[in-house]
Write a protein that binds this ligand. Structure first.
Ligand code: AMP
Length: 389
């Protein structure tokens, strides 16, 4: 999701710029000030509670704000992202926003701050007051609102600056020029959003072949736990020796080993724009681990794509591979093949369910030629990319 907070003092032009931004990026617009004014106009309980504070230019209570946000977000579950205007206005609200987005399995991409000198702000709001009908667009209230901004809202900038998500933008000039400055920063941020795809499916479903092609085409780093493990075994490292005993039997290797290898591989690609994981996670525990690991890196799984395959088809592919140079030790014995398919059958429903619950799971038909399956996967990858970039 493309979540943006538009920041800046009252009168900076947040509302005006928002109209263009929500259209361009197809975002849900949440302007806490607008919603509060609507609640007041409709005479709701929330509105009545907040009216007195707002008329004086003070800040509504966090409790009021949380109720407003929950209502709005729940009403737009399939949105491309959210544009927050007028929120977060305090450091407490910044924490609320972090929690709220975490609950939605997403995070704030950036905070864009429109910077305008105070005298121009006052002029703009007095001008707006002539037609807006807003009781808070009067000089004494305006001055109080600016004071509230300096005391309570400015510290929010430091909160996001620390996270490297804060971008000051010159808010003076023609509407179009300011909009261009905003979109330039958004585009730059979008380029840097990681796309992390998990390619899933039973042994022999064709994950390896497809994952490598997808990584090439979409400039993602390919991470195959199997491949990393085989290298460790080849180099006879300590990890390799332990892993070997599990792999030979067709079992999955201990979690500690797999995660160390994955972390190592990720660190080798500091400029990566995303990863394609193959063979991981293969259990519910590993699904939690991967989420934890990616979260630590400030990113998350974009989606899991399952290549569907019948047991018969998988066996055919595995026994075909056994006759080639890329035959694995565990391809040669039918009993081990059956064991691996059984392990997958046992563990996969929970892994799939884990990502289904986050709305991050989709199946791709694995029948047909490798090229046909690849084309189907490309469509799915592109729609996942659209979700985040
Ligand atoms: P705005 O339309 O953003 O200028 O907001 C108008 C008024 O609504 C503010 O002066 C506050 O009284 C109230 N308000 C808007 N957003 C918030 C918020 N996030 N927290 C507290 N009060 C808010």
């Amino acid at each position: 999701m493309l979540n943006i907070a538009l920041f800046g003092p009252p009168g900076a032009g947040k509302g005006t710029q928002s109209i263009a931004l929500i259209k361009k990026y197809n975002l849900t617009y949440i302007a806490t000030g607008d919603i509060l004014r609507q609640e007041i106009a409709e005479g709701t309980l929330l509105g009545m509670e907040a009216k007195e504070i707002i008329d004086k230019g003070g800040l509504a209570t966090d409790e009021t704000i949380v109720q407003i946000l929950e209502n709005r977000i729940l009403a737009n579950p399939d949105s491309n992202g959210i544009l927050f205007d007028g929120f977060p206005r305090t450091v407490v609200q910044a924490y609320i926003l972090e929690g709220l987005l975490l609950k939605l399995n997403t995070s704030l991409m950036c905070m864009l701050s429109l910077e305008v000198p105070e005298e121009e702000l006052i002029e703009r709001m007095l001008e707006r007051g002539k037609t807006s009908g807003r009781v808070d667009d009067k000089e004494d209230v305006i001055r109080f609102r600016l004071q509230e901004y300096k005391n309570k809202t400015l510290p929010v900038a430091a909160f996001y600056n620390e996270k490297k998500k804060f971008f000051p933008i010159n808010g003076v000039g023609k509407l179009d020029d300011v909009l261009k400055r905003l979109t330039k920063v958004i585009e730059k941020n979008l380029e840097n959003v990681w796309v992390n795809i998990v390619l899933y499916g039973s042994p022999g479903a064709g994950k390896g072949t497809q994952a490598k092609k997808l990584a090439d085409k979409y400039n993602l780093v390919y991470i195959s736990t199997g491949e990393l493990l085989r290298k460790e075994i080849e180099n006879e490292t300590e990890m390799g020796k332990i892993a070997k005993t599990f792999m030979e039997k067709g079992d999955i290797v201990p979690d500690e080993i797999a995660i160390r290898l994955i972390e190592g591989k990720i660190k080798m690609h500091p400029a990566a724009k995303g990863f394609i994981f193959k063979g991981y996670p293969s259990s519910i525990v590993q699904a939690y681990i991967l989420d934890g690991l990616l979260q630590r890196l400030g990113t998350s799984v974009t989606g899991m794509l399952e290549i569907t395959s019948t047991t018969l088809q998988s066996i055919k592919r595995l026994s075909a591979r056994a006759k080639t140079q890329s035959a694995r030790v565990y391809d040669l014995d039918p009993e081990i093949i059956i064991h691996r398919l059984e392990v997958y059958e046992k563990k996969s429903p929970k892994v799939a369910e884990y990502f289904q619950k986050q709305n991050k799971f989709s199946s791709v038909n694995g029948e047909g030629s490798s090229e046909e399956v690849f084309q189907r996967l490309c469509l799915s990858v592109e729609s996942l990319m659209k979700k985040v970039r």
